[in-house]
Ligand binder design. Structure first.
Ligand code: CA
Length: 251
């Protein structure tokens, strides 16, 4: 942990518990309610995470830049800069997993959050077990384990999963975080047809399957950027009535 984040923790009264591993995932909590922070500190500390706390949106963005967390929990209702703006700014810089917290149980907030690039969403009051389970799932999805290879290269497509860089036939391609995750999921399951609900679960953490249109939209823009826009020859195949599959080149 950086000296700045150590100082932040001390200032916030959030000493790191001694049993936490030094390479444990670092979770930044952007939340103005000190009671919620204290409860998160206990729950997430017990779950083995290193933690940082920011009390408003402006401090949250600064902490994000300084500390490069592995995951960010953002409350929507924040002083100075609200959670929507925090989410938007983070998404301009990074594909780090973001979980939104809100007191408002509005369906429109959920949709807005997910469309804005949040990975998951919890409405207060939430159960502690649910929160820990969701964070664990986001981190597993976004942080490849030591067994997951860093590079994929089939001679046509090359992906560096750490750098988040993509090349098609030697040409570098800029993808949005969502497009990158979709491509990563398809490539990690190469030759396997993935249904739209399965893609939503793997790429968006959306187990409700509600956002089907988002998959179609992201597939179209991904194909276009990779230069694979022709549906007949595209290596990202449509399997009608079911889903999509990535076809590596024949050896
Ligand atoms: Ca709040």
């Amino acid at each position: 942990m950086s000296p700045a984040s150590e100082a932040l923790l001390r200032r916030r009264g959030g000493e790191r518990s001694p049993e936490v591993e030094p390479d444990a995932p670092f979770v930044l909590v952007v939340e103005d309610d000190p009671d919620i922070w204290r409860s998160l500190q206990i729950i997430l500390g017990r779950a083995g995470y290193r933690l940082g706390w920011a009390v408003d949106g402006a401090e949250g963005l600064k902490a994000f830049n300084d500390q490069r967390p592995d995951l960010v929990v953002v409350d929507i209702g924040l002083p100075k800069v609200d959670g929507w703006v925090v989410l938007e700014r983070i998404r301009q810089m990074s594909s780090v997993p973001v979980l939104l917290l809100t007191a408002r149980g509005l369906e429109s907030d959920k949709v807005r959050g997910l469309l804005g690039g949040a990975d998951d969403y919890l409405t207060k009051p939430y159960s502690n077990d649910e929160l820990v389970a969701r964070l664990g799932r986001l981190l597993r999805r976004c942080r490849p384990g030591p067994e997951a290879p860093r590079l994929y290269d089939d001679g046509r497509l090359r992906i560096d999963f750490l750098e988040h860089s993509v090349e098609v036939e030697g040409r570098s391609v800029e993808l949005t975080p969502t497009e990158f995750r979709l491509l990563a999921v398809l490539v990690r399951h190469a030759d396997t047809v993935l249904s739209v609900p399965r893609l939503l679960e793997l790429g968006w953490s959306d187990i409700s399957g509600a956002g089907r249109g988002r998959v179609k939209f992201s597939v179209l823009s991904l194909r276009r950027k990779l230069g694979w826009g022709d549906v007949i020859t595209s290596p990202v195949e449509t399997v009608r009535g079911f889903g999509y599959r990535y076809r590596p080149p024949a050896l």
